[in-house]
Ligand binder design. Structure first.
Ligand SMILES: Nc1nc2c(ncn2[C@@H]2O[C@H](COP(=O)(O)OP(=O)(O)OP(=O)(O)O)[C@@H](O)[C@H]2O)c(=O)[nH]1
Ligand SMILES: [Mg+2]
Ligand SMILES: [Zn+2]
Length: 324
C-alpha cells in the first residue's frame, strides 16, 4: 500500500491505459533544458526536456506531471502520453504573435486541482485574483483559492472582506503553517492519487506549505523582504512531490511575475451570475456600459450586483477583447 502511494501515480496510469508491462515514468522535476523522470524500477534519471523524436512544438517539452514511455537502456524519453490537462501562462515578455502557442509557457500536465495561493502579508488586488482565475482554469473549472499566512489575522479578515465584495460565491480556504487545525482541514480536502498544482506570487508560502504537509524541509524556503513582504524567488523550477500520508502529489512552482494567458478557455465561474443576467440585455453584443435596456446594469442599480463584482467583470471582458 505504501509503495503504491509513492509511485507518482504511474501504476494507476498504466492500469487505466492498458500499459502494464510498458516502461512508463513520470516527470517530477523541470530544470528548463533538463527534466527528471521518476520510474517504478529504474530509479530517477535526468534527460533532455525535448525528446529527440518529438515534433518541435512548444507543448512537446516534457512537463512536470507528464507520463512518458522511456528506454530502460538509454534513459531517453520515447513518447509523451496524451495529457488530461495542461496549465500554462503567457511568457513574461511575449510579443503579440499570430502563433499564440509560441508565446505561451506551459507549466505542468495532468493536473487535477489548481490551488492559487494569496498571502495575507503581501500586496493584493482583485484584478490580480481575476487574472489568476482566468489563467489557471482546469477542465472548465476555476482554481481554488488558498488564503495563506492566516496567522496575520487582521490582514486575513480585510482580504476576505475585499474578495467577498468582488466574488461573493468564491470559496476560500484559510491556511497557516502554524495552525495545525487549518492544516488538517486542508488535508481533508485532498483525495488519494490527486495531483495538485500550487501557484502564487513569490513568497506566498507555496514551498512552506509543501514542507508543512510532508513534515519535512523538502523544499527550500526563504523569508520575504522586510517592508513590502515581496518574495525572493526562492523556488526556480517546477517539481512534483509526494505527500506520503495522503497518497497525493503536490506540484510546487516558482512565483511567476506575469499572470495572463493567450489560451483563456472560458469565462471564470465566478461570473456565471453575470452571464445569466446578460441574457436579459436587449442587445446580444451589449457591453453593459452605456447601452439601453442593459439587464446587468439594471441589476447593479437594484443592488443585486456589487460594484466591485461588476467592475472586475468589465475588466475581464476588456482583456478578453484584446486577446481576440
Ligand atoms: N507567518 C507565516 N509565514 C509563512 C507562512 N507560510 C510561509 N511563511 C513564510 O513566508 C516566506 C516565504 O515562504 P516560501 O514558502 O519560500 O514562499 P514561496 O511561495 O515558495 O516563494 P517562491 O519559491 O519564491 O515562489 C518564508 O519566510 C516562510 O516562513 C505562514 O503560514 N505564516
Ligand atoms: Mg518556493
Ligand atoms: Zn448589458
Amino acid at each position: 500500500m505504501v509503495k503504491k502511494q509513492l509511485d507518482c501515480g504511474i501504476r494507476t496510469f498504466q492500469n487505466d491505459n492498458d500499459l502494464t508491462g510498458a516502461f512508463v515514468g513520470r516527470c517530477t522535476h523541470d530544470f528548463g533544458q533538463i527534466v527528471t523522470i521518476t520510474t517504478l524500477n529504474d530509479g530517477d534519471f535526468k534527460t533532455k526536456a525535448i525528446p529527440k523524436r518529438a515534433a518541435q512544438t512548444l507543448f512537446d517539452h516534457v512537463l512536470v506531471g507528464d507520463f512518458v514511455s522511456y528506454s530502460p537502456t538509454t534513459h531517453r524519453v520515447l513518447q509523451i502520453y496524451p495529457r488530461s490537462s495542461v496549465i500554462s501562462k503567457a511568457k513574461s515578455h511575449a510579443k503579440k504573435s499570430f502563433h499564440q502557442q509560441k508565446n505561451e509557457q506551459p507549466i505542468a500536465a495532468n493536473i487535477n486541482t489548481v490551488w492559487i495561493m494569496i498571502a495575507a502579508d503581501q500586496r493584493f488586488t482583485i484584478e490580480k485574483l481575476t487574472r489568476y482565475l482566468e489563467t489557471f482554469q482546469i477542465n472548465g473549472q476555476d482554481p481554488e483559492i488558498l488564503l495563506s499566512k492566516s496567522d496575520y489575522k487582521a490582514a486575513t479578515q480585510r482580504l476576505k472582506h475585499q474578495i467577498a465584495q468582488a466574488y461573493p460565491t468564491l470559496v476560500i480556504t484559510e491556511v497557516s503553517i502554524h495552525d495545525p487545525r487549518q492544516l488538517d482541514a486542508l488535508k481533508q480536502q485532498i483525495t488519494p492519487e490527486e495531483t495538485i498544482a500550487v501557484l502564487g506570487a513569490s513568497g506566498a508560502g507555496k514551498s512552506s506549505l509543501l514542507n508543512a504537509l510532508t513534515d519535512t524541509t523538502l523544499s527550500a524556503v526563504h523569508a520575504v523582504r522586510n517592508g513590502d513582504h515581496k518574495g525572493k524567488h526562492t523556488t526556480t523550477g517546477v517539481s512534483l512531490n509526494v505527500l506520503p500520508a495522503l497518497g497525493a502529489y503536490y506540484v510546487d512552482t516558482p512565483g511567476f511575475k506575469t499572470i495572463s494567458s493567450h489560451l483563456v478557455k472560458q469565462t471564470p465561474e465566478v461570473f456565471a451570475d453575470i452571464l445569466v443576467l446578460a441574457k436579459g440585455c436587449r442587445f446580444r453584443d451589449c457591453r453593459h456600459v452605456s447601452e439601453p435596456h442593459c439587464n446587468v446594469k439594471a441589476a447593479l442599480v437594484r443592488g443585486e450586483l456589487t460594484k466591485a463584482h461588476y467592475e472586475s467583470f468589465l475588466k475581464f471582458e476588456q482583456r478578453a477583447s484584446r486577446r481576440s
